[in-house]
Design a protein around this ligand. Structure first.
Ligand code: ACO
Length: 325
């Protein structure tokens, strides 16, 4: 099997920023509540005419340029998203067309906040066994398009953004191990109830706000801590490593308190955790992707470092990935 690593990264965050002070004017909330309960101070918001593929295109172009590859070199494009431009075609196909990646096979992954980790794992298998040479994995979301701006329990949490990684064969390092898990029995805890074949869009579904994210926050909090801890332990075991070997953990950024609870269980100190939740909120599949991209660009990841991606989201799904940089 070939060794597979990340050879280029790119990120795009929309310019417009929504602060906690802005949210105080929209719903009954406070900067104090949002900050202490979640760790979020502000989030990026896409323009009305900007769709998920527009964010993905910008991140993808940057990642390709950093990888010194042209779009023609791509054999595979995977976009992890729960906010596609439309039910079909896939965002990956729209992205393929926009960047002229003519020979790439394209599909989307719906694994919510764990989508980027799922995407990395799938792309790795294709390259490792020699089916494809170069893959682009993107985590892209316009979560504000499915946010109920009248529900203070959810609207303070989400933001928009995208990040992309180019994967290819590497001589040293690369993805050491991945672990993916899910429990569909807990699907009711986090969902968008309408807009699919179960509840097609109608006047009633719109009036009942059923096209927005519905979440049992308390319950999810506990499961997120448990699942992310389990995913991190399992993937490290698969990698044959210990927590003391990990230089940086890049977790899904749903809630700073979830991340700190996981870190405590794993015995990791704060300096080993990368956070962008304060500036970005929860961007689902784009959270782990942008956090990886930013950590590398800020020089927090050096050659030879062991990094651990750890994510959890709607499905419920979870996943982790160990990469030697
Ligand atoms: N401002 C002020 N008060 C609020 C707000 C708000 N924005 N939201 C809720 N409250 C109130 C509630 O009404 C409640 O009031 P009450 O006690 O009078 O009834 C009180 O604050 C406490 O509410 P909780 O829901 O218990 O608050 P909690 O501390 O659990 O925090 C949160 C809520 C932030 C949502 C947390 O539960 C959480 O982060 N859960 C996990 C989310 C997650 O991991 N999601 C999965 C990934 S997302 C994805 O896949 C798309």
């Amino acid at each position: 099997m070939k060794k597979v690593g990340v050879i280029g990264l790119g990120e795009y965050l929309p310019e417009k920023i929504l602060t906690n002070a802005d949210l105080e004017k929209m719903v009954d909330t406070s900067d104090e509540w949002i900050t202490t309960r979640t760790g979020i101070k502000e989030r990026h918001i896409a323009e009305k005419e900007e769709a998920t593929s527009d964010l993905a295109i910008k991140a993808a172009k940057q990642a390709l340029s950093e990888a010194n590859l042209s779009a023609q070199d791509l054999d595979l494009i995977i976009v992890a998203t729960i906010t596609p431009d439309m039910p079909f075609p896939a965002v990956s196909c729209l992205l393929q067309n926009a960047i002229s990646a003519k020979k790439a096979a394209c599909f989307d992954i719906s694994a919510a906040c764990a989508g980027f980790v799922y995407g990395l794992s799938v792309a790795q298998q294709f390259i490792a066994c020699g089916t494809y040479e170069n893959a682009l994995v993107v985590g892209a979301e316009k979560l504000t398009s499915v946010t109920d701006w009248t529900d203070r329990g959810t609207c303070v949490l989400f933001g928009d953004g995208a990040a992309a990684a180019v994967l290819s064969e590497v001589k040293e390092g690369g993805i050491v191990a991945t672990y993916l898990g899910s429990d569909g029995g807990l699907s009711e805890l986090l969902k968008i109830p309408a807009g699919g074949s179960r509840n097609p869009a109608s006047k009633e579904t719109v009036e009942q706000h059923l096209h927005y994210i519905k979440m049992e926050g308390n319950e999810l909090f506990k499961i997120a801590v448990k699942s992310m801890t389990h995913a991190a332990e399992t993937v490290l075991e698969r990698a044959g490593l210990k927590f003391s070997d990990v230089d940086l953990i890049i977790p899904h950024q749903a809630n700073a308190r979830i991340i700190m609870a996981v870190a405590k269980k794993l015995g990791l100190t704060e300096d080993k955790i990368y956070l962008n939740i304060e500036r970005c909120g929860n961007m689902s599949s784009a959270s782990t992707a942008t956090a990886l991209c930013e950590a590398v660009k800020e020089g927090k990841v050096k050659k030879g470092d062991i990094i651990l991606l750890d994510a959890f989201g709607a499905g419920l799904v979870w996943g982790a990935c160990v990469i030697k940089w």
